[in-house]
Design a protein. Sequence first.
Length: 325
Amino acid sequence: MRILLTGCAGFIGSHLARYLVNKDHDVVGIDNLITGGLKNIKGLYETGRFRFINSNVSEYINVSGRVDAVLHFASPASPVDYLRHPIPTLKVGALGTHNALGVAKAKKAVFMLASTSEVYGDPLVSPQPETYWGNVNPVGPRGVYDEAKRFAEAMTMAYHRVHGLQIRIARVFNTYGPGMRPDDGRAIPNFITQALTVRPLTVYGKGTQTRSFMYIADLTEGLYRLLVSRYNGPVNLGNPDEMTLLELAKIIKEITGSKSKIVLRDLPVDDPRERCPDIRLAKNIFHWHPKIALKEGLTETIDYFREVLAKSGSRKKRSNALKNQ
């Protein structure tokens, strides 16, 4: 296939681009680098199957030639990023989705939307099935991301119903792995960075709120299986093994061998109390379930962060040495 992938330089987008290229597909990647980085797609050019376009998909998308699938993954995804860029987040969910759907319609391509578990908000049902409509505060600070994705889902389904477009909607739950930024702001990169730099691990509230964590390799496999399926509708992709954030902090502290203390901070506004996917639909449709155990995935991720932080420390030392000359 020749695949158009928006958000290709982000955490999930870059892993997905590499997965698709390794499957011998040609990828045209688009990103405006608002939260992504060119280092994430380093090495893809040499394959001869990857082309990069630096562009804002909320303004326009222009791709010549055949396109078999449009994968719309462009959007800030962590609370730190979408609270810093609220209007671009809303625009890429609305205008960016509209533009990407337009390309898929014109090229007669399959369209995949990267949606999120955030469409469920602070759920009153657990685990969350695709049939659950959610409990979202549209005017709260997290609403810029939650409602952007809910609108994107509605527009995607409208194109399917009105134009007969083949669509896929992936509701992605918490995902982690190498390639995340130390300042990403989500629980796993926060805890790992704090543990490796011997700073307090900050747990919000009492740490009793639950999450489930999926390793990036499991997600890319699930996304691909969804893409080549013929299911037109939302599908949860996540790990159903639920744990509290306090438990997660203790596991990361144990694996890193850190002497950091765990401290409690005030709970952010509208922070979900529970987040756990019902993945029966994915199991039934394309026989997918996550395979990588949390400690295995965390070990790989911690090794990556050790390397990133070591390089960052070396750059700071060189910079300080130059300043002192």
